[in-house]
Design a protein around this ligand. Structure first.
Ligand SMILES: [Zn+2]
Length: 339
């Protein structure tokens, strides 16, 4: 049943999973990709993360971590207002998001699941340690009765540079498995600034060596923007992603768009600027923003672009739309999580 569900979530033509990592509408299964109302009941999302974490525990495959990461950095962070702490029951993909009044099940599960997120960063394997999520943190893991202290330093996903320090209490031979996200076409990994031989494993790579106190691992993942093809309701529309993050157009940063059908705006992909944190709100939540220009729904695309656009990371609380039109489908791709 578990494999069957995963297959349906990631089905190439009728995926149950939305681009934000959410699954379900109005607390039920859907695969039409219509993200307008009541998307991703938080309780279901919490259990989805716990279930994927269990699958990693069963076979050490870090590919499930790609889905956990997608869900955490997009749907989960969007499920709480970063300014006043209010939590959402659902987080829509297409159209305005709302809050539920009063107390509800999803608030409890939101707190439970966030409190448990540190459990999904490191895993112990038969032959060593796996790093599933990238975030600044430190921990102590026991393998074969010996303590290993690990530390990660990174501003991920703003950059794809992750530094790790490995400190076994004494020299020890074990494998360090790193998740290489499917969106990363290339990557670079060094130990003590030297290139290392890595072994390809499902969802990542493994470095096996005699680790000693202070060994420094550096992983560099390329953070490039890409346009993701919509499915079902969003067929013919495209979403902007960079690394694990989905972007959106929001009311706060795009007051000029309020009279338009947001998803019928055509973005000029050539005009996409570099990501920045120049807005204080965005910086505070370690989010990102970037600018572009585009054409309003009824304008003539043979004429110069007539609207300025500001994209922000998906958790932006005034988000209005995740999918837009592009002049053509060149340089667009399927969501890498679908298979
Ligand atoms: Zn709930």
């Amino acid at each position: 049943m578990s494999r069957y569900t995963l297959e349906k979530m990631l089905d190439r033509t009728r995926p149950g999973m939305f681009i934000s990592g959410a699954t379900g509408r109005q607390e039920g299964w859907v695969d039409d990709q219509n993200g307008q109302t009541k998307i991703g009941e938080y309780c279901a999302i919490a259990y989805q993360i716990w279930w994927l974490g269990r699958l990693i525990e069963i076979d050490g495959t870090l590919q499930y971590g790609d889905i956990i990461e997608r869900t955490l950095l997009n749907h989960v962070y969007a499920a709480q207002n970063p300014e006043d702490g209010r939590e959402r029951y659902f987080v829509n993909i297409n159209g305005k998001r709302s809050y539920e009044k009063g107390a509800h099940c999803c608030q409890g599960n939101f707190h439970r699941s966030l409190a448990r997120m540190p459990e999904y960063i490191f895993y112990t394997l038969d032959n060593g340690i796996a790093v599933n999520l990238y975030a600044s943190c430190e921990t102590e893991i026991s393998i074969e009765g010996m303590k290993v202290r690990l530390e990660q330093r990174t501003d991920y996903p703003v950059s794809g540079d992750i530094e790790m320090t490995i400190e076994p209490s004494q020299e020890k031979d074990f494998a360090l498995r790193l998740r290489i996200p499917k969106w990363a076409g290339t990557f670079n990994v060094t130990v003590n600034k030297q290139p290392v031989v890595t072994k390809q494993v499902k969802g990542g790579v493994e470095i096996r060596r005699k680790w000693k106190k202070g060994d420094a691992v550096r992983l560099e993942l390329p953070m490039e923007s890409r346009w993701i093809q919509g499915r079902g309701f969003n067929e013919g529309y495209y979403a902007l992603m960079r690394g694990p993050q989905v972007f959106c157009l929001s009311e706060r940063y795009n007051p000029n768009l309020k009279d338009y059908s947001w998803r019928d705006i055509t973005v000029d992909p050539e005009s996409l600027g570099p990501p920045s944190q120049e807005d204080q709100r965005v910086k505070q939540r370690n989010g990102l923003m970037c600018t572009a220009t585009g054409w309003s729904p009824t304008s003539d695309r043979s004429q110069p672009a007539d609207v300025n656009l500001v994209f922000t990371d998906f958790p932006e609380e005034s988000a209005m739309e995740t999918y837009y039109k592009l002049p053509d489908a060149t340089d667009t791709m399927e969501d890498e999580l679908y298979r």
